[in-house]
Design a protein. Structure first.
Length: 193
């Protein structure tokens, strides 16, 4: 009988599901192995610790989310429209990848930074740099500077609001198209234009 080889994505999907269902403290090696249908040894063959496994699941979710934002052509000549487009892309991503979104709700980067994540520690430190650069560029284009207030407003408009607009739909399982339709006006209001 052929032996089934489990993909890393299958294991990360199982870890994500366990974290969403049980929280980070309930995400034990045994629980993840059971959810993935793999022997515990298979997890240790791919990841040196539970901390590294959780960091890998989190990084995958963040990178997928950021890829969606960074794929939007962000014209600094029309920064408000670029900001609206990024916010809509983030909202759409939340609904298209609800498990990743919920994982990022439950498991925070700060929590992971305090763990022994081995070689992933450096990646955890810098993973947000490309998106922060995008937000700083938009803040400069919108407000003439990228000070803390401007970056915070852009973060609110491009990350917090799209997530908040999608969150109720994720929890209830009921789609509300009017929320997406209202997001551009909310982004414009926050960014003061």
């Amino acid at each position: 009988m052929a032996r089934h080889v489990f993909s890393t994505d299958e294991i990360l999907d199982a870890a994500r599901g366990v974290v969403i269902e049980r929280g980070p403290r309930g995400a034990t090696v045994e629980a993840i192995a059971e959810a993935a249908g793999v022997p515990v040894g298979s997890l240790y063959h791919r990841f040196r610790s539970i901390d590294e496994l959780l960091a890998s699941a989190w990084l995958r979710a963040v990178q997928r989310t950021q890829a969606r934002a960074l794929a939007v052509p962000a014209s600094l000549e029309a920064p408000l429209e670029a900001a609206v487009a990024v916010a809509l892309a983030m909202y759409d991503h939340c609904l298209a990848e609800p498990e990743d979104t919920l994982l990022l709700d439950v498991l925070r980067r700060g929590d992971l930074l305090s763990l022994d994540t081995g070689p992933l520690g450096g990646e955890l430190e810098t993973v947000n740099d490309p998106v922060l650069e995008l937000m700083a560029g938009l803040a400069r284009a919108l407000f003439g500077r990228a000070d803390a207030r401007g970056r915070d407003l852009v973060l609110l408009a491009l990350v917090d609001m799209p997530h908040g607009f999608a969150h109720r739909e994720l929890i209830s399982g009921t789609r509300t198209p009017a929320r997406r339709e209202r997001l551009p006006a909310a982004v414009r209001a926050v960014l003061g234009r």
